[in-house]
Design a protein around this ligand. Structure first.
Ligand code: NAP
Length: 307
C-alpha cells in the first residue's frame, strides 16, 4: 500500500475512529495518525491501544498540520467541533466526516470551514452495536461500502484522494448525492434500527411474557433485534433528529405494509403472506450473493465473546 496522506487527525476516538486508525496502520496509508476525544479517559485509552500516535487536549491542537481531518463524533456534535478546528486547519487540507446522516452534517460543518480547505463528506456503511475506543478493529471496513457525497464545489482531486484512502482501508467506494444518501440509509439502516428498538421495547413491556422467557428463548429472531437495539443511544438519537424527513417517509411506508400484512393475517390470506415472504427471502439471497453477509446460522458472527 502507498501512503496517501502525511498526517491524519481523527476527531472523536470511538468505534469508527479506532477502526480507521488500525486500518491506516495496517495499510500504511498515512505517515502519522493523531487524535482528540472529549474525555481524558478516551484519549488515554486510544493512545494505549495504539491506533493513534499522539493525542491532544483540544481538537484545535490535533488538526495542526494535518492533511486529512476526519470528524468521527456523533452527528449532533459535528457543528461544535468544526467551529473549534476551523482556525487551525492547514490550507489545502481535506476535512471529512463519517456521520450516518449527510444533509444535516453538511449544513453543520460547511459554514465553518475556511476557503482553501476541501470538505468531502463520507459515510462508511460498517459498524457494530459496540462503541468507544475498545470497539475498533482493523477489518471493520473490509469489503464494506464507503459512500462519498462530494458537494458541487468539492475539488475533484481531493475527492479522488480521499476515495483512494478509503479503498486502502479495505472499503468499496461509491459516490452519491447528499439527499439520496439520506433516503437510502433511512431504508437500509435508520428505520430498521427504530423497528428493532421498538420491538425490544414491546417485549420488555409484555407482562404476560416473563423476562426469563424473553432472554432464554431469544434465538428465534428477537436476538437480532436485541443486538441492534443495544446500539449507542447518543449516536442513534442524533441520527433520528437529523434524518427526520427521510426516516419519517420510510416509517410511513413501513406502517402501510404492516397494516396490509396485519389484514392478511386477520383475513387468513395465506397466499398474500406466502408471496410476500417469498419476495423478501429473495432480497436476503441477493445480499448474501453481493458478499455483504453470510448465510451461516449465526450470521458469521462466531461464538459470543466472553466479556
Ligand atoms: P462512539 O464509539 O460512541 O465514539 C464517539 C466519539 O466521539 C468518542 O470518542 C467521544 O468521546 C466523541 N465525542 C462524543 N461527543 C463529543 C463532543 N460533543 N465533542 C467531542 N467529542 C465527542 O461512536 P462511533 O460509533 O464511532 O460513531 C461516530 C460517528 O460515526 C457518528 O457520527 C456515527 O453516526 C457514525 N457512524 C457510526 C456507525 C456505527 O455503526 N457505530 C457506522 C457508520 C457511521 P468520549 O469517549 O471522550 O466521550
Amino acid at each position: 500500500m502507498t501512503q496517501i496522506y502525511n498526517k491524519v487527525a481523527l476527531i472523536g476516538l470511538g468505534l469508527i475512529a479506532g477502526s480507521i486508525g488500525y486500518a491506516v496502520k495496517r495499510g500504511g496509508m498515512a505517515g502519522s495518525v493523531v487524535g482528540y476525544a472529549r474525555t481524558p479517559d478516551t484519549r488515554a485509552t486510544a493512545l494505549e491501544l495504539g491506533f493513534v500516535d499522539a493525542v491532544f487536549d483540544t481538537a484545535a491542537e490535533a488538526v495542526v498540520d494535518a492533511d486529512l481531518v476526519i470528524l468521527c463524533v456523533p452527528v449532533g456534535a459535528m457543528s461544535d467541533v468544526a467551529r473549534a478546528i476551523a482556525p487551525n486547519l492547514k490550507p489545502g487540507a481535506t476535512v471529512s466526516d463519517v456521520g450516518s446522516v449527510k444533509q444535516a452534517v453538511v449544513e453543520a460543518v460547511a459554514p465553518h470551514l475556511p476557503d482553501g480547505v476541501h470538505f468531502v463528506p463520507t459515510h462508511p456503511m460498517a459498524g457494530t452495536e459496540h462503541s468507544g475506543p475498545h470497539a475498533g478493529f482493523a477489518e471493520l471496513f473490509d469489503n464494506r461500502w464507503c459512500l462519498t457525497t462530494p458537494l458541487d464545489n468539492s475539488d475533484p482531486q481531493a475527492v479522488e484522494r480521499l476515495e483512494d484512502f478509503w479503498r486502502g482501508l479495505g472499503a468499496n467506494v461509491e459516490r452519491m448525492e447528499v439527499e439520496h444518501h439520506d433516503l437510502v440509509v433511512a431504508v437500509t439502516s435508520h428505520a430498521p434500527h427504530l423497528i428493532a428498538y421498538t420491538m425490544v421495547g414491546v417485549a420488555d413491556d409484555m407482562e404476560r411474557v416473563s423476562n426469563t422467557e424473553v432472554v432464554n428463548l431469544s434465538a428465534a429472531g428477537f436476538r437480532d433485534f436485541t443486538r441492534i437495539a443495544a446500539s449507542d443511544p447518543t449516536m442513534w438519537r442524533d441520527v433520528f433528529l437529523n434524518n427526520k424527513v427521510a426516516t419519517l417517509e420510510i416509517l410511513g411506508r413501513f406502517t402501510e405494509e404492516l397494516f396490509a400484512l396485519q389484514r392478511a393475517i386477520r383475513k387468513g390470506d395465506g397466499q398474500k403472506l406466502f408471496d410476500y415472504f417469498t419476495h423478501t427471502r429473495a432480497v436476503r439471497k441477493s445480499i448474501i450473493e453481493a458478499g455483504q453477509d453470510t448465510d451461516a446460522p449465526d450470521f458469521g458472527r462466531g461464538a459470543p465473546k466472553e466479556t
